[in-house]
Design a protein around this ligand. Structure first.
Ligand SMILES: [Zn+2]
Length: 538
């Protein structure tokens, strides 16, 4: 029996996470940490043979949404099996706290795309620390680094109201943010396409995020536009970083809609120039040409104001309905992200529809055209949306592979999954990125196409996100660092998850070690939960 607090990994090819060249070596682990790296005498009693394998730091997913479901899936199987040992959560404006019970219904609605009905939480927490204390008590296999969601924060203070925050409301938001940061949160995230984040002006964001500097906190942002106004949205993020002197991370960077493909060249250049001016800006990217989000993102944000009930009322009122229909039928010129025009009905595929599962796996074009006599797809879409009560997830095939490659190969980008934890069954199809992201980048973009060196791919999954987010002693194979380690076979590694059959673990991930404990042994989960809730500055 291996004593896991005292382990030697022998004869592997070490890629240490810094981008430096691989070398052959042994690694000694004791008391959760990497004790030494070198050549040690073979010790059968506590050694793990890694011959022919790569030994790398455990992967750090800088853009993840597993906080909503981790209590239901504490083993985080779909991440652990990819070699992910740390997840940065609370992204795109969405976090599980702070909670104000008066606005709890609004918060639940806001988080609903990520909350399966069966989770049935009692919501007996108000702060992020209280929520993650519950996660800690239950145990997790993966380390978790929380961010505060700006949408959640705004809901706690003013629900789904679109108005500018009053002085008093701003003070409340700042107090809640400070409290979260004092409790160990790593920064704040925004989701500026989702209400209520979309209601926030640049000035509001600059004022709120001003306090991050005192805590060394980061600003991560799902931009206001990832399509027609992509460039302006990156400029907005740069301005927020510059005015407050805070680090910026552009989340899941991409250009959506054919007419916007190629804008990535401009935005990456803007980031390079901003860095020259001393602005600490990076981005992250997932290796797929489809995104996934909630179906209501197809409507103008004003139509969602007040939550789903209000949206339903609008879809039933003749005037509002006509206005919605006119706006989504407009090819260009909306001041919001009009995905229907950007990608087209046939490139939007329903991945989850709890009210009527027969729609899952079908494109909107197919669904709407099969609904009998149709005068207008727009009208039929709104009818259908009422029928499913606005509850569905969709895949949008909106990106260009060339853009994806450009962002992946850019030195400023980290790799992220933008997905969450899920079990082997469960309703609907998750995005394949939930199961395949990290092995896919290694196999497709490093080993096969050589778009990037393997050492560089690993850096983008380890030391780069660790230093960006401010994780201490993680993200490298280095003496004194936590023993978060993945051991994989470079000849076998491959993602298997597809859009049609996403719930498939990758091949070739042999061992995964979290805080010195083996959570995957010979490609199988061990059922241990050594993950920690990480806290900034604590
Ligand atoms: Zn997002």
């Amino acid at each position: 029996m291996t004593n896991e607090s005292n382990l030697i990994i022998q004869r592997g090819k070490v890629i240490d996470g810094t981008g430096d060249k691989a070398f052959i070596g042994d690694i000694k682990i004791a008391d959760e940490r990497i004790k030494a790296i070198g050549n040690f005498r073979k010790d059968e009693s506590c050694s793990l043979n890694a011959e022919g394998m790569i030994i790398a730091p455990g992967f750090i997913d800088i853009h993840n949404h597993l906080d909503q479901a981790i209590l239901a899936f504490p083993f985080a199987e779909n991440y652990i099996m990819q070699g992910v040992t740390t997840s940065v959560v609370g992204n795109c404006g969405l976090s599980m706290a702070p909670v104000n019970y008066e606005n709890l219904t609004d918060l639940k609605r806001y988080l609903s795309p990520f909350l399966e009905a069966e989770y049935d939480y009692d919501w007996e927490w108000t702060t992020l620390q209280e929520y993650f204390e519950r996660v800690r008590e239950k145990g997790t296999s993966v380390n978790i680094a929380p961010l505060v969601g700006q949408g959640t924060l705004r809901i706690a203070v003013k629900g789904f109201k679109s108005s500018w925050p009053s002085k008093e409301e701003m003070k409340k938001m700042k107090d809640l943010l400070s409290k979260s940061l004092e409790g160990g949160a790593f920064g704040i995230s925004t989701g500026l396409v989702y209400p209520p984040g979309s209601y926030s002006s640049t000035e509001e964001l600059i004022e709120l995020t001003g306090i991050l500097k005192n805590y060394g906190g980061i600003y991560t942002t799902h931009l206001r536009s990832e399509s027609d106004d992509l460039v302006e949205s990156v400029e907005e993020a740069i301005r927020i970083g510059k005015e407050n002197g805070i680090p910026i991370e552009i989340s899941h960077h991409k250009a959506e809609g054919k007419r916007n493909w190629g804008k990535i060249n401009k935005t990456l250049k803007l980031m390079e120039e901003a860095r020259v001016r001393g602005i600490d800006i990076n981005c992250d990217v997932y290796p797929y040409i489809a995104g996934q989000t909630t179906i209501t993102a197809l409507l103008p944000p004003w139509a969602l104001e007040g939550g789903i009930e209000e949206m339903t009322k609008r879809l039933k009122s003749l005037d509002a309905r006509k206005k919605i229909q006119d706006e989504i039928a407009m090819i260009e010129g909306n001041d919001w992200e009009n995905t229907i025009q950007l990608v087209g009905w046939k490139n939007i595929v329903i991945s989850k529809c709890p009210i009527n599962k027969k729609y899952e796996g079908r494109s909107l074009e197919e669904i709407l055209k099969n609904r009998g006599k149709i005068d207008s797809l727009y009208e039929e879409f709104l009818n259908w949306l009422l029928e499913i009560q606005g509850e569905a997830m969709m895949l949008e095939f909106s990106m260009d592979e060339e853009d994806v490659k450009k962002v992946i190969s850019h030195p400023l980008s980290s790799i992220c999954s933008d997905a969450w934890v899920t079990g082997s069954s469960g309703s609907g199809n998750p995005h394949p990125r939930a199961y395949g992201t990290f092995p896919k980048v290694i196999k497709k973009y490093a080993i096969d196409s050589k778009l990037i060196m393997l050492e560089e791919a690993i850096r983008k999954m380890t030391s780069l996100p660790a230093s960006k987010i401010g994780l201490k002693k993680r993200g490298q194979i280095k003496e004194g660092y936590y023993a978060d380690i993945v051991i994989f076979d470079p000849n076998i590694i491959k993602d298997k998850a597809t859009y049609e059959k996403p719930r498939q673990y990758p091949k070739g991930i042999k061992y995964v070690i979290v805080n010195g404990n083996i959570v995957v042994r010979n490609g199988k989960l061990t059922g241990l939960k050594p993950g920690k809730i990480l806290k900034k500055n604590i």
